[in-house]
Design a protein around this ligand. Structure first.
Ligand code: SF4
Ligand code: SF4
Ligand code: SF4
Length: 459
């Protein structure tokens, strides 16, 4: 009879070993879409640093995870129940999977259009949820940032410590400067230079100070956003605090914070903030193009090159404005390195690699230094405190190796390539002090005037 139902096969039910709470059907389809063409392997900085060890191949990692998924959710799994997976194999995979700076060059070159960065971050989170990650001491990030509101274990009151007496912070303004934790606590020269440059350009700005909390990039990038919901709490807090001050634009000089504000804040809050997110390079490029910047100092015919921070370039599409700025700095010839823009070679610090696997970060940064050496760069600049720190470490590593044989370099360490953030170079060439407050106070106490760096000449 037509209305009689066919008996259905009984599908045994079992628990899949790896769940998919945060791995969306789109990501599952993207895992399936990989054609194993191998293009990503040719560009991956981790695979390169690991001398081609297949365990670190992005293509093989994708295949491995796809196989786990197939055994858990494929047709056979549906008919006969999910296959038992080997826990050691999952852990081995997870360890390899966290050896990735989430730089995204694999996404840029993937002919199948796989959005690897988002897919990897979701997969990382799923692995963390079953205690297979994160890697190394990055596990501390949610606790530290949740408790201290910054990753450096500082009291929130100390957020104001970097501000020197000469910097003016407005009570009300259309612009806010979001300094972030690294410029606020750890590389204060970046906060000081950004603030002095904004003052010099007559751009009044407010600063949240004690109210500013960590952007939580380190937690998100390492797959731990669910732990205490710290990124969401901080996003809500920062966005609402900035909106309450009525600003129209929020200015960033840190690529990591800028990426979070541009992509992660709207994702976490389910809405766009009521202000525009701007990188300081955009402002500077605009003013340079209008002829509104006057330089007071110059370099003495040096070669400068630019390293695109992944979080600013590939993740957010800001490639041109930092180049406009650097190309216009006096006394410098701007020369591009190999592997730039969409195809940039990552410095190796991101995705928790610097904090969790520092030797890998150093190896990758050393490779970036070799790219700069190949074009005889005197200065390698970037717009990211993490690039500055890691590439600086890479520079020291490379020069330590050649310093043993290069006597000129050993005896003249000032001949080393300079690794410096764009905003510090801009401040120097505007004739502004790049000393941080404590140094100025020391100088004042000793009756010494702040001196310009020796490599600059007056215009
Ligand atoms: S995101 Fe970067 S480091 Fe990670 S697999 Fe892709 S190319 Fe390699
Ligand atoms: S480039 Fe894309 S399709 Fe090719 S192997 Fe890598 S992830 Fe797969
Ligand atoms: S430190 Fe800079 S280049 Fe390195 S991973 Fe972060 S954004 Fe990318």
């Amino acid at each position: 009879m037509a209305d009689e139902k066919e008996p259905r096969a009984v599908i045994p039910k079992g628990e899949p070993y790896i769940k998919t709470d945060v791995i969306s059907p789109t990501f599952m389809m993207q895992y399936d879409a990989c054609t194993r063409c191998g293009e990503c392997d040719k560009w991956c900085p981790v695979l390169d640093a690991k001398d081609g060890d297949r365990k670190f191949s992005p293509m093989d990692k994708i295949s491995r995870f796809r196989s786990f998924m197939g055994q858990s959710y494929g047709l056979k799994a549906k008919l006969f129940g999910p296959k038992r997976l080997d826990e050691d194999d999952i852990q081995d995979f997870a360890d390899a999977f966290f050896h990735c700076s989430t730089c995204g060059v694999c996404a840029s070159v993937c002919p199948a259009g796989i959005n690897t960065v988002d897919m990897y971050e979701a997969t990382r989170q799923q692995l963390v949820m079953r205690d297979n990650g994160p890697y190394g001491k990055t596990i501390m990030f949610p606790k530290l940032i949740g408790e201290y509101r910054n990753p450096y274990l500082k009291d929130q009151k100390q957020r104001l410590d970097w501000i020197p007496d000469d910097v003016e912070i407005a009570e009300e303004a259309d612009v806010a400067y979001f300094a972030g934790c690294t410029a606020g606590f750890n590389q204060q020269v970046l906060g000081v230079c950004t603030a002095r440059v904004l003052n010099h350009l007559n751009v009044p700005f407010i600063y949240l100070g004690e109210e500013e909390t960590c952007c939580s990039s380190a937690i998100i990038r390492t797959g731990q956003p669910h732990k205490g919901d710290v990124p969401y709490i901080n996003a809500k807090h920062n966005v609402e605090a900035l909106e309450a001050r009525g600003v129209k634009k929020v200015m960033f000089a840190c690529a990591g914070c800028y990426r979070v504000a541009t992509i992660d804040w709207p994702k976490q809050l389910g809405r766009k903030p009521n202000f525009e997110v701007v990188h300081v390079a955009d402002l500077l490029a605009d003013l340079i193009q209008q002829g509104k910047i006057e330089w007071k100092k110059s370099f003495d015919n040096k070669i400068i090159t630019y390293h695109d921070p992944c979080h600013l370039g590939r993740h957010c599409g800001v490639y041109e404005t930092p180049r406009v700025v650097l190309d216009n700095l006096p006394g410098l010839k701007f020369v591009e390195m190999d592997r730039i823009k969409e195809l940039q070679r990552c410095c190796g610090a991101g995705g928790g690699v610097k904090a969790g696997i520092s030797d890998l970060a150093l190896d990758i940064a050393s490779e970036r230094i070799r790219d700069a050496q190949a074009i005889n760069a005197d200065i390698l600049s970037s717009c990211c405190p993490f690039c500055r720190r890691n590439i600086g470490d890479g520079r020291d590593n490379v020069y330590d190796q050649i310093g043993a044989t290069d006597y000129d370099l050993r005896d003249n360490p000032e001949n080393k390539m300079q690794v410096e953030d764009m905003i510090v170079l801009v401040a120097e060439l505007m004739g502004l002090s790049t000393k941080i407050k404590s140094q100025e106070e020391e100088d004042k106490a000793a009756g010494v005037e702040a001196e310009s760096p020796k490599h600059l000449i007056d215009l």
